[in-house]
Design a protein. Sequence first.
Length: 186
Amino acid sequence: MKTPPDSKQEEKEAILQAAKFMLVAARTAPKTAGIDDILTSIVHGSQKKLIADTMEETAEERKIDGFKRDAKNVRESEAVILIGVRGNKSAGLNCGGCGFENCKKFDEQERKQGRDFTGPTCIFKGLDLGIALGSAAKTASMFNVDNRIMYRVGAAAARLGLLPEATIVMGIPVSAHGKSIYFDRK
């Protein structure tokens, strides 16, 4: 008689496979002028724990309970997809959305580390990041993998230097439970 498969292990493997497809979705998402400044990574195991630990430290430092709540979600997730962008490069469109007269002025600006991210950021690079995030989240959904785009996860990942070229990072934890752990939270 065959031993029945370990469904929990197979579910974990499926989540990690879906995470890989999420990276592909972020990579192939449309980008301004066809210039790809998107950066991606899958984090699990000890690196995922390090992100959660950093989020809890940030919660204490800033007295913001949301970091602690989201850290619990990260701990309960199988993996975290990190998606960032090199926002310090201009798109060359001279739109002024960054607050400067033109892209040349933007490119000449000193880059400064803010509380969580580095600025200024080209607005089109920020839009590209949003499109990549949406494509990745949609892909997870297509595989019925629970997910949620989280700013605080990205802030912790940036603090840890996990996507060192990125000026902005967001995180998407992924899991499969009987009920989504990312909604109906307190």
